[in-house]
Design a protein around this ligand. Structure first.
Ligand SMILES: N[C@@H](CCC(=O)N[C@@H](CS)C(=O)NCC(=O)O)C(=O)O
Length: 198
């Protein structure tokens, strides 16, 4: 959702290609050639220019299309805040979500997955708490008054509701930021295309 929103934000001409990521089916060998993790998403810019990792794709698109103002320029101090929050969300929050949704990957001990899942659920809530406190003091967006690609990431992760079902009431500043992002025409177009299964 975040890279797809970024494509819409920059007004790119793009084609979406669905990838089967069902756990019980082998990955398409052709897809593994462009993304050896077998995960989505992958951005194919040209035959020999392939980018994986959603945060990298968002940042690449943002850098290549400065007019869309998705990322502060390298000369602005706030560029550091962009890195800070994007890396926090990928390294801490998204990683905790991964442990929650794929607890069985995180232990070789049979029967331990439930304990891993419980700890991951707490880690997800802890990371949201830290983001919420930052937004309370410095919001409404992660970079203050300025919307950026970081907020596209926040919006995406805030929709992964299962570990924190009460996110909108428990983390009101996160919910406010996510709602502001959801109002953006580009994000609405992304949601519509996803709803259509496009
Ligand atoms: N670090 C990767 C993680 C991507 C990821 O976890 N994708 C999930 C879907 S949201 C996936 O492909 N899951 C299937 C699998 O892991 O096999 C990124 O941010 O692009």
């Amino acid at each position: 959702m975040a890279p797809h929103s970024a494509l819409e934000e920059i007004g790119a001409d793009y084609v979406l290609t669905p990838v089967d990521i069902a756990r019980d089916r082998p990955r398409d060998p052709e897809y593994l050639k462009i993304n050896p993790t077998g995960q989505v998403p992958t951005l194919v810019v040209a035959e020999h220019q392939i980018i994986t990792e959603s945060a990298a794709i968002v940042s690449y698109l943002a850098d290549r299309h400065p007019a869309a103002e998705l990322i502060p320029s390298t000369t602005e101090p706030v560029r550091g805040d962009y890195y800070r929050w994007l890396f926090f969300m990928t390294n801490q929050l998204q990683a905790a979500y991964r442990r929650y949704y794929h607890a069985e990957e995180m232990t070789t001990e049979r029967g331990q997955a439930a304990a891993v899942e419980g700890a991951a659920q707490e880690a997800v809530a802890r990371a949201w708490q830290q983001i919420d406190a930052h937004l309370e003091a410095h919001g409404p967006f992660l970079l203050g008054e300025r919307f950026s690609g970081c907020d596209l990431f926040l919006h995406m992760l805030s929709r992964w509701r299962k570990p924190v079902p009460d996110l909108p009431t428990r983390f009101a500043n996160v919910a406010r930021c996510a709602n502001l992002v959801a109002e953006r025409p580009a994000v609405k177009r992304m949601l519509e295309r996803n709803a259509q299964g496009d």
